[in-house]
Design a protein around this ligand. Structure first.
Ligand code: GUN
Length: 291
């Protein structure tokens, strides 16, 4: 049997439409939702991601305020910009694209984003609330929120499921594990020191692959019928493609498709959801603002 493909692109389009209508209502009340994007340095992937985020803003009716600083910018300059955006009433969300250049302390910058404008959900207070029972973060990080939205909108049962998360990054692995725990899944977080990774993954009703290595999760690790969410976007050589590269996920997709019950493709799975959730978070932040 072949797995059902989870169409992140289509689900993201539905969310964009919901946000577009919400933004229209807000504009009618005199509030123009605004997202500030901060890009430091010349990381090619970051430039591409930020331009996709700004394009999405334009499509859904969110104003974007873009700020680009050179790789040589000092920490004080980046900090001053974030503080200025924090005080700007037209800005309802601030997105500092990661990674920052090595000489800038990411912690200092992310902690300068007011938690009410932390639409990326990376402020330690927001992540802390995610980890605590009975607390609601102001914002949930976009990729993890997108993973849960994909599971919900495709009818996967999270409550009581065995979920295995491969990877423990601050951006994806750890927050997605916290979200799954909050939804009553039994969660195992695996990483490079995990003893028998294939055996761990084989237990899972839900697999979230977020390790950042092309085709790392093998098809014979997947339990038949499991739901597989692939967060990876890894460039691999492909002479047939423009630029000689194509993107693949963390899961060995073609053979895994024959085992899984449902699976996300790369591209077209989780990627579009990250942007959709950013739009949703920004709209929610703007909705709290007064005209
Ligand atoms: N770098 C990789 N993913 C993300 C993300 O979701 N947000 C930001 N700001 N930077 C990233």
């Amino acid at each position: 049997m072949t797995a059902r493909l989870i169409n992140g692109k289509a689900i993201a389009a539905t969310i964009h439409e919901e946000v577009r209508r919400g933004a229209q209502d807000l504009r009618a009340r005199g509030v123009i939702p605004g997202l500030a994007t901060v890009l430091v340095g010349d990381n090619t992937a970051s430039h591409k991601y930020v331009s996709m985020k700004r394009k999405a803003c334009a499509e859904v009716g969110i104003e974007s305020f873009h700020h680009e600083l050179p790789a040589t910018a000092t920490q004080a300059e980046v900090l001053a910009l974030v503080q200025r955006l924090g005080a700007d009433r037209k800005v309802h969300g601030i997105l500092v694209q990661l990674p920052l250049p090595k000489h800038i302390d990411e912690r200092v910058i992310l902690e300068a984003v007011p938690i009410g404008k932390d639409v990326d959900g990376f402020h330690p207070l927001n992540i802390g609330a995610l980890a605590m029972k009975g607390r609601e973060p102001d914002f949930v990080p976009c990729t993890p929120a997108g993973v849960i939205e994909l599971l919900d909108r495709t009818g996967a049962k999270i409550d009581g499921a065995d979920a295995v998360v491969v990877g423990r990054s601050n951006i994806v692995g750890m927050p997605v594990a916290l979200l799954l725990i909050g939804r009553n899944a039994t969660v195992t977080v695996c990483h490079s020191k995990t003893k028998d990774l294939p055996a761990m993954v084989r237990r899972a009703d839900i697999v979230v692959a977020a390790i950042g290595k092309a085709h790392f999760v093998k098809a014979d690790w997947i339990r038949p019928g499991a739901t597989v969410i692939d967060v990876g976007t890894n460039p691999v050589d492909d002479p047939g493609k423009p630029g000689g590269k194509r993107l693949v996920g963390d899961v060995e997709f073609e053979p895994a498709k024959l085992v899984a019950g449902a699976i996300t493709p790369v591209p077209g799975g989780v990627g579009p959801m990250t942007i959709a959730m950013l739009m949703k978070n920004t709209l929610r932040s703007a909705a709290r603002a007064r005209a």
